[in-house]
Design a protein around this ligand. Sequence first.
Ligand code: FE2
Ligand code: FE2
Length: 258
Amino acid sequence: MQKLLVFSDLHIQDSTIIGLDPIARFTDAFAHALANHPDAQGIVLMGDLTHSGTASEYEMLKPMLADTRMPVTYMMGNHDRREAFVQVFPQATLDNAGFIQTGFDIGDWCVLTLDTLDGPPYHDRHHSGRLCSDRLGWLADMLEQAKDRPITIFTHHPFGDIGFSKLDEIKLENGMDVLGILRSHPMPVHILSGHVHRTISGQWDGVSYTVFKSTCHQNPLNLNEKHTYKFVDEPGGYSVVLFDGPNLIIHTEDFFGA
Ligand SMILES: [Fe+2]
Ligand SMILES: [Fe+2]
């Protein structure tokens, strides 16, 4: 059995968010995960690595990851900025067009991590995601190469609605187009997403998905049409994804210190 440790929505900055310290929260999550899962094959950071996408915030994140020898796969969220990230993490894997997305095999599975950050150009307070034609082409190529292997897609932005009206306004804008591409793959596909700051699972247009909570601040369960961005102090979480032959097993862990 192969294992990945997944962290989403770190929102690293040097001040608190609703009274919570994102650096302390991620430090606790990372320590808890490494102490309990030293046998993991790798780590995926699912975007919103920082709160404002500045080089100084990526500099704060860098030493927090220095003590692990596991390979780390980085992803972009709407709060990130690609150029500042690459300046601090030049070793991150880029595709041929310079987007921060990659693919790798683990067990019987093929993992693809998408870069759904819309831009450049970037627009202030624009938080929905988009896969441009270059990135859609990359996805089609990777699906072709995966052939008869099952696929796990990591995407910061959800492809479809999750029932929180404000978050549904800022999902992946062309998510339905991407789902159409995924459904053409002959083998099982499962989508793992962040962005929402709450643990959710379901199915979009015939494709199953799981959404992970943040390591820091969480979104309360509010399904009425007046949903707002009012975050709450609930335990932070991370995920342990197991690849067991043809089976995919997804655990979530709410941590309370290492
Ligand atoms: Fe976030
Ligand atoms: Fe986000």
